[in-house]
Ligand binder design. Structure first.
Ligand code: NAP
Length: 250
């Protein structure tokens, strides 16, 4: 164990999560870069951090399964023996569809990853960080989406609803652990230029959406990551249960 704090970023291999890992390492965090399948991308983030003199570890694990969660937290405990921050970033969308077309399998997976996965990671984090459990405190940042407020009709209402669940969870958990040294907040990205749109069958979505964004451009992963880093930092020591829109005014 060193003096540096330990941060777990779920889905740290690409997009917003990868930016959080890079910027956090620059701020002195030791970073656990979780990924589901893309080992090469995770290794790339780790190599970049190490080349810059930071500490990082790539850890495979699907947050939508108990086996994945067990291996993530076994790796955190084994490598660092402490946890000071969690960014619940791993998230999925589906192909554009109406609610009356969605399969049960799709809904199960959406909620297993985006909701249960985030709640389970937060549980494990609180067990390690809360002063009630002998921990030294910490911070959790959850990834919601402007979709939680807008509903994403005709595209992915299931995804929007999963982020709605994250919003309620954030407020509730923040109040539950407020006296235990643990702060819990969320960011609501708008349309950010990452791979997620291609995984939902709309690779050009970010560029094609500029007309509905007041700033007339998609956001970057780094722009979201900076807000997350603020919420993790001591500069946000009196901020808990809060939501920060990072959406170019949308
Ligand atoms: P992305 O580019 O698609 O990257 C997703 C990351 O999550 C990858 O590192 C991926 O790992 C990982 N991941 C996916 N499923 C996982 C699982 N079951 N277990 C562990 N890791 C998993 O996504 P992004 O755009 O950066 O989005 C990150 C978060 O921001 C998500 O929660 C998303 O809902 C939210 N968000 C994004 C936008 C946007 O416009 N981009 C807007 C609002 C909210 P692999 O590399 O191994 O596949």
């Amino acid at each position: 164990m060193s003096g540096h704090k330990v941060l777990l970023v779920t889905g740290g291999s690409r997009g917003i999560g990868a930016s959080v890992c890079r910027l956090a390492a620059r701020d002195g965090w030791q970073v656990v870069v979780n990924y589901a399948a893309n080992r090469e991308a995770a290794d790339g983030v780790v190599e970049e951090i190490r080349a810059a003199g930071g500490t990082a570890l790539a850890v495979e694990g699907d947050v939508g399964t108990e086996i994945g969660l067990a291996s993530i937290f076994a790796a955190v405990d084994g490598a660092f023996g402490q946890l000071d921050g969690l960014v619940n970033n791993a998230g999925i969308i589906g192909m554009p569809a109406r609610v009356d077309e969605m399969t049960t399998e799709r809904l199960d997976r959406m909620f297993a990853v985006n909701v249960i996965g985030s709640i389970r990671c937060a549980q494990e984090a609180v067990r390690r960080m809360s002063t009630r459990h002998g921990g030294r405190g910490g911070a959790i940042v959850n990834l919601s989406s402007m979709a939680a407020l807008i509903g994403a009709a005709g595209q992915y209402v299931d995804y929007a609803a999963s982020k709605g669940a994250i919003e309620s969870f954030t407020v509730g958990l923040a109040r539950e652990v407020a006296t235990e040294g643990v702060r819990v907040n969320l960011v609501r990205p708008g349309i950010i230029d990452t791979d997620i749109h291609a995984s939902g069958g709309l690779p050009d979505r970010a560029q094609q959406s500029v007309a509905v964004i007041p700033m007339h451009r998609p956001g970057t992963a780094d722009e979201v990551a900076h807000s997350i880093l603020y919420l993790l930092s001591d500069a946000a020591s009196y901020v808990t249960g809060a939501a920060l829109n990072v959406s170019g005014g949308r």
